[in-house]
Design a protein around this ligand. Structure first.
Ligand code: FBP
Length: 546
């Protein structure tokens, strides 16, 4: 296999570990925990894994552990650093006992159910250290939720003598990890389940989980490209660029990229919802900024749009909620001829939602009825919000021109950044953070824990001072409606409008809208001065500087 010069140099990088993990560790237990909401309901559903204490690892103890066999699963969308979680886990279980073994289940949770696995040996691990992607074993979105899946999994777990499973995933996959932990604990199967917080979306975070891995690298990649586009549009001065950014419901990626690049406009879905804005309000806001710049002779600019925006416009949110229930209850929808689907949907929706649905451009309306993902989420990455908004802005500007309120030229370019950043070589931050998360998972296993998520905190400080431990997954849960039913799920962390990152953005955005205040972050640097190579995201830095 031919390797790039960077790949070769990067293979030699030794990720940093918190001081406490460098030798033998001791467990320090905190107070018992409870779920963030719906305590009674969650406790009843997780009698064996509810209320466990927070865990912190400190130096001390003995390194005398029996050999263990561990299974690892990568679940959901790719995020930079996954390979380092696995190499940290591998090194951790080997440090505990050289005879320990690691098995990777192929293509996500489905690999466990289908008994599709491979042993991850030292040679394989060494090929993937500090690389992006999930290709070491592949990933998938199969939802592990049914008893027969758990039982099929148990067969291969027993066959391979696996003591513990590590599930590397986002909020939905870690919810499933917890359900599985509870199931195996209730049946006294002797199988531990540990989760690791993955997702570029940045929406799996709380007091104990500072950030999900991959967010740092992905945002840096998108910011590099946004910066390049800004320099291009500031050079030719003829286009408005509408840039949609991945991130599902939450706007963390868009907000972080805005803090890094200072675009003219960044829409934050959570604010749109809080201010009860309609689609027309959002369009008017953008069009006004375009008109204000045009009045100064600047017919160019950048607009960042979070991919989940459409779900946060209150009227659209109601429509999507009704569509979710409608489609879940009418599986035959997929069999209806494409040309008849629109009419069918309109005939079934409530009057209010039918009117909104009918008013949408045909393409966007169709995109709202596409298959949900296995977790019941609308696949927002498939909805072309960037085009919808720029078309509507063009119409509004044309109208203002007629009324003599606008005197510019408006030409738009569209971009969608998501896949470009999900498999990038992890930044130093993600390389270190992921390795530490994997290593911590091995210590949770060695100490007999199950139903915990690996946690590494204080990550804006030097890695030596990072705090490693575990958080009971039930602590992060609440009840939410999914596929038409109430289910226990990890609460999604959306952008907080009273949080430091949003406030920092809000304080500057009017200036950025009018001026050309672009910042050009350039590509991720892996070698060089620490202020260039080792900076965390602005989101994390602002959140930690409270
Ligand atoms: P996860 O929650 O699985 O980490 O998803 C990340 C993500 O990249 C989202 O930002 C995006 O909406 C989605 O995956 C796209 O899914 P797919 O890879 O199936 O196209």
């Amino acid at each position: 296999m031919t390797k790039s010069a960077l790949q070769i140099a990067r293979a030699a990088y030794q990720p940093k570990l918190p001081k406490a993990l460098k030798g033998a560790v001791k467990v320090e237990e905190g107070a018992p925990t409870q779920s963030v909401a719906d305590q009674e309901a969650i406790k009843a559903l997780f009698p064996n894994t509810y209320g466990m204490p927070l865990i912190k690892f400190v130096e001390g103890g003995a390194m005398d552990y029996p050999a263990i066999n561990v299974g690892v699963i990568l679940s959901g969308g790719q995020a930079p650093g996954g390979h380092n979680v696995i190499s940290g886990l591998f090194d951790g279980i080997k440090a505990l006992n050289k005879k320990s073994r690691l098995f990777g289940f192929i293509l996500g949770p489905g690999g466990l159910v289908d008994h599709n696995y491979k042993e991850l040996t030292a040679d394989i691990i060494d090929e993937y250290r500090n690389t992006g992607g999930f290709d070491i074993i592949g990933s998938g979105r199969t939802k592990l939720e049914k008893e027969d899946q758990f039982e099929k999994g148990l067969e291969i777990i027993k066959e391979l003598g696996i003591n513990a499973l590590v599930i590397i995933g986002g909020d939905d996959s870690n919810t499933n990890a917890c359900v599985l932990a509870e199931y195996y604990a209730a049946k006294k199967c002797g199988v531990q389940v540990i989760g690791c917080p993955k997702t570029i979306d940045g929406d799996l975070k709380n007091e104990m989980i500072e950030t999900s891995f991959g967010f740092d690298t992905a945002c840096k990649v998108y910011s590099e490209v946004i910066g390049n586009i800004q320099r291009d549009c500031n050079s030719s001065r003829k286009y408005w660029h509408f840039i949609k950014l991945m991130g599902r419901s939450a706007s963390h990626i868009a907000l972080e990229c805005a803090l890094q690049t200072q675009p003219n406009i960044c829409i934050v879905s959570e604010e749109v919802e809080a201010n009860n804005m309609s689609l027309d309000d959002v369009v008017t806001y953008i069009a006004q900024a375009v008109a204000n710049r045009a009045a100064q002779g600047n017919n160019f600019g950048t607009v960042l749009i979070p991919e989940g925006l459409i779900e946060f416009i209150p009227a659209m949110k109601k429509l999507i909620a009704e569509l979710n229930d409608l489609l879940a209850a009418n599986k035959e929808f997929a069999m209806i001829k494409k040309s008849a689907q629109r009419e069918w949907v309109i005939s079934k929706l409530s009057e209010e939602n039918a009117a909104i649905y009918a008013s949408l451009p045909e393409g966007v309306a169709r995109q709202l009825t596409l298959d949900r993902d296995p977790h019941g989420n609308v696949q927002v990455s498939l909805i072309e919000t960037e085009k919808l908004l720029s078309d509507m802005v063009a119409v509004k500007l044309a109208q203002w021109k007629e009324e003599g309120k606008y005197v510019g030229k408006f030409a738009a370019q569209h971009h969608f950044f998501g896949y470009e950043g999900r498999c990038a070589a992890p930044s130093n931050y993600d390389a270190d953070y992921c390795y530490a998360l994997g290593y911590t998972a091995s210590m949770l296993i060695a100490n007999g824990k199950t139903g915990y998520m690996s946690s590494v905190r204080n990550t804006t400080a030097p890695a030596e001072e990072w705090i490693a431990g575990g958080v009971p997954i039930t602590m992060m849960m609440n009840m939410e409606r999914r596929h038409g039913e109430m289910k226990p799920v990890i609460q999604k962390a959306l952008v907080k409008l009273d949080g430091a990152p949003f406030k920092a953005f809000a304080a500057k955005r009017d200036e950025w809208a009018l001026e050309t205040a672009y910042v050009y972050p350039g590509p991720i640097q892996y070698f060089g001065p620490t202020e260039v190579c080792d900076q965390p995201t602005k989101t994390l830095a602002l959140e930690q500087s409270k």
